[in-house]
Ligand binder design. Structure first.
Ligand SMILES: [Fe+2]
Length: 186
């Protein structure tokens, strides 16, 4: 299998204007990979303290979503993502990473893929959160807000993701890709 290109934030993002010291203080003192609950708690803290508010995001009406890296170290990374009409991640997993996230503006809709059952759908409004481990396959889409915004925390950093799409024969396929490539439905 071909190697997956690893992208650095400076390759794809403008550095955000955020309270870097404030965000770094949220990282637990232990040296373990963070649990889903710990990821979620950090997302809630970022949301509650408004630490995402200085981020330079330039949402467009195009298919491309805007996102910015708030913080990263060897165990964790934190992002703010923007959502506009027609934006959708498609179904994906988070590779080896745990995840927690919190909606900070507008509304997004989550569908979670489940075995032998239809996907469950959940509307997530400001303050709503999700947290999950490596068995989590979901799709996020814009619902309201101009833009909708959400804060996402991953541990370990989101090196690879699995993007799920149907092939021409109707078989669901998983394609591994860099965690810093944009996820898309099509
Ligand atoms: Fe995700």
């Amino acid at each position: 299998m071909a190697a997956i290109e690893q992208r650095r934030p400076e390759d794809v993002l403008a550095l955000p204007l955020v309270d870097a010291d404030g965000i770094a203080s949220l990282v637990p003192a232990h040296d373990r990979i963070l649990t889903p609950a710990e990821c979620r708690q950090i997302a809630v803290e970022i949301a509650g303290r408004g630490l995402w508010e200085g981020v330079e995001l330039t949402p467009t009406e195009s298919h491309t979503r805007a996102y910015a890296l708030l913080y990263e170290d060897e165990r964790i990374e934190m992002w703010v993502l923007s959502w506009l009409p027609h934006h959708s991640t498609g179904f994906h997993d988070h590779g080896e990473s745990n995840v927690g996230f919190c909606v900070v503006q507008g509304t997004i809709v989550e569908q979670q893929l489940r075995f032998a059952e239809p996907p469950c759908e959940l509307a997530l409004a400001v303050g709503d959160t999700r947290a999950a481990g490596t068995d989590y396959i979901h799709c996020l889409e814009w619902e309201t807000g101009s833009p909708a915004l959400s804060v996402h925390v991953y541990s370990p950093p989101l090196t690879f993701v699995g993007q799920y799409r149907y092939d021409d024969e109707g078989i669901l396929r998983r394609e591994a890709q860099s965690g810093r490539d944009e996820l898309t439905k099509d």
